[in-house]
Design a protein around this ligand. Structure first.
Ligand code: UD2
Ligand code: MN
Length: 280
């Protein structure tokens, strides 16, 4: 029988303890693997039929420690929400500038080929929800989950901010043509999708509930992710580029998948070289 509209397993605020970040890695991995034993890969509630099937897509490279914390908290949250879900980690398996937009498109394509999800959530690996009532489901509008961040004292950073975690239905992702593929390095791709989403008439939904809070695991800038110097210029042309740069222009070569017990990792290697970065 169908799960209740509101899951009885929800507890509200989640205490996040990242002090483990300072303990040695073997110890935390050991602790995690005990937990993993109880989590199947394609997760569904055991006692009812889920109302929603969600794909979590994580653009990723070389953040293993963050990933273990991310998985730890997210599996618990999704379980309590009685969702059916799969977590996809899309790993840029090269040393070229990080390309979050392209990895997001790859994740969407892979997940939507695999199954028909109700919701595709593009999610940073370093964001952890502080409350299990933050539903990982979709909406008539594209949902932005991560607008109140510990890093910014839980204030919306700026109007039109769309970074961190954002949830699309298949239709929304396809009609907005997903993410731009042509942003190399840090920044801009989140502002670009904000333009796409508004331009295509969906709009962005941000819950008025005060408990929509996220912890961002503290980190520096990754060495392979220098600021994309050309981003402002590219953003200026975002409107004209919606239908030419995105899901429809994505070329996937060299994809390798590894199914772990608790998530699927997709390795993707760029074959053709990408736009050179100008010095800052
Ligand atoms: C902000 C946005 C993020 C994105 C980025 C600009 C927030 C909360 N997040 O994040 O969504 O728009 O600016 O590109 O505002 N990653 C790796 N390895 C790398 C580099 C990046 O795994 O070497 C992934 C990882 O999932 C990370 C995400 O990309 O969480 C965003 O990169 P970031 O955390 O370095 O950037 P940040 O925090 O400024
Ligand atoms: Mn971050």
């Amino acid at each position: 029988e169908l799960c209740p509209k509101t899951s009885p397993l929800l507890k509200g605020t989640i205490t996040i303890n990242l002090s483990g970040l300072t303990i040695n890695e073997t110890e935390s991995t050991k602790k995690m693997s005990l937990y993993w034993l109880s989590v199947p890969l394609y997760r569904r509630p055991s006692d009812c039929k889920c109302r929603n099937k969600t794909a979590i897509i994580v653009p990723f490279r070389d953040r293993e420690q963050h990933l273990s914390y991310f998985l730890y908290y997210l599996h618990r949250l999704l379980h309590r929400q009685q969702l059916c879900y799969v977590i996809f980690v899309v790993d840029q398996n090269d040393d070229k500038p990080f390309n979050r937009g392209r990895l997001s498109n790859v994740g969407f394509k892979y997940a939507s080929n695999l199954s028909n999800f109700d919701c595709y959530i593009i999610h940073d690996v370093d964001m952890i929800a502080e409350d299990d009532r933050i539903m990982y489901t979709c909406n008539r509008q594209v949902v932005h989950y991560t607008f109140l961040l510990s890093k910014f004292n839980y204030n919306l950073v700026y109007h039109g901010y769309a970074g961190g975690g954002i949830g699309y239905t298949k239709e929304q992702f396809e009609k907005t043509n997903g993410f731009p593929n042509e942003y190399y390095g840090w920044g801009g791709e989140d502002d670009d999708i904000n333009i796409r989403i508004n331009e295509k008439g969906f709009g962005i939904y941000r819950s008025p509930e005060p408990f929509y809070r996220f912890t961002m695991i503290r980190h520096g800038r990754d060495s392979g992710n220098p600021p994309y110097v050309g981003r402002m210029e590219r953003l200026g042309k975002a409107r004209q580029r919606i239908d030419v740069d995105g899901l429809n222009s994505l070329v996937i070569t060299n994809l390798k998948e590894v199914k772990h017990k608790t998530y699927t990792r997709i390795y993707i290697t760029r074959s053709r070289s990408c736009e050179p970065l100008r010095e800052v």
